[in-house]
Design a protein around this ligand. Structure first.
Ligand code: NDP
Length: 240
């Protein structure tokens, strides 16, 4: 029996690599995305992955989206909360809108998605949840009070929910990626990026596949004793 996995933001970047790795490992994968239909189409055609469009910041859309996944693929065994955005600005310049968008998507999205799958996982006595945090949630980052707060929140959320899931066969873990070569990092000005790479002991940006490798480890059926942890995959940039 194939397990069903939902990957939010699963159509490009780190999420696409996670969707592909899960599919190659035999999971039935539902890749969620927000609005980039072209990239979702490419993901579906290239990898044969079923894509579903909804906004993880919207509670009702998450509940409806999961119902659609269940109807098409079956009950959800694995949830990877990967969808995330940045709206960088120093506190002096940051608007309340930029704060709300990042917190509602990156942290609120985890709540919405976990709520949508939790009862089913409890009923079946099995679940694997992986939340994608960030090195910047662990260490902070200039110009990212919204993003660092949301990602730091993910790490607390993970540890609290892990305690609720532990006696019920549900594990909840986080991955804190360092700087990974995706569209999100391509948006960082080259002079800033150069300085960031100089601080990574491995001497390069990470690859999306290197995060996917961690997800596969955490969601395995025989990883039931591993819960409430944060796996840092960051080329040695921040040793926590
Ligand atoms: P990308 O910007 O490359 O991709 C983001 C994905 O999330 C897209 O599929 C996008 O959909 C989706 N998404 C964004 N907002 C929503 C939403 N409201 N609802 C549903 N889906 C949404 O990001 P990365 O691959 O770089 O990052 C993935 C995760 O890893 C994020 O949580 C990020 O914060 C985290 N991370 C990334 C790092 C990096 O260096 N890249 C470092 C540390 C953490 P669409 O295509 O429709 O826009």
């Amino acid at each position: 029996m194939s397990r069903v996995a939902v990957v939010t933001g699963g159509t490009r970047g780190i999420g696409e690599a996670i969707s592909v790795a899960l599919k190659n490992a035999g999971y039935k994968v539902a890749a969620n995305y927000a609005g980039n239909d072209e990239r979702a189409k490419q993901c579906a055609e290239k990898h044969g992955i079923t894509c579903f469009k909804w906004d993880v910041a919207d509670y009702d859309q998450c509940v409806k989206g999961i119902a659609e996944v269940v109807a098409k693929l079956g009950p959800v065994d694995v949830l990877v909360n990967n969808a995330g955005i940045t709206r960088d600005a120093t506190l002096k310049k940051q608007t309340r809108k930029q704060w709300d968008e990042v917190v509602d998507t990156n942290l609120g999205g985890c709540f919405n998605m976990c709520k949508a799958v939790w009862d089913g996982m409890l009923d079946r006595g099995f679940g694997r949840i992986v939340n994608i945090g960030s090195i910047n949630g662990q260490a902070g980052q200039y110009g990212q009070v919204n993003y660092a707060a949301a990602k730091s929140g993910i790490h607390g959320f993970t540890k609290a929910l892990a305690q609720e899931g532990a006696p019920k066969g549900i594990t909840v873990n986080a991955i804190a990626p360092g700087y990974i070569d995706t569209d999100m990092v391509a948006a960082v000005p080259p002079n800033v990026l150069e300085k960031i790479v100089a601080r990574i002991p491995v001497g390069r940006l990470g690859k999306a596949d290197e995060i996917a490798r961690g997800v596969l480890f955490l969601v395995a059926d025989d990883a039931g004793f591993l819960t409430g942890s944060t796996m840092s995959i960051n080329g040695g940039q921040h040793m926590y």
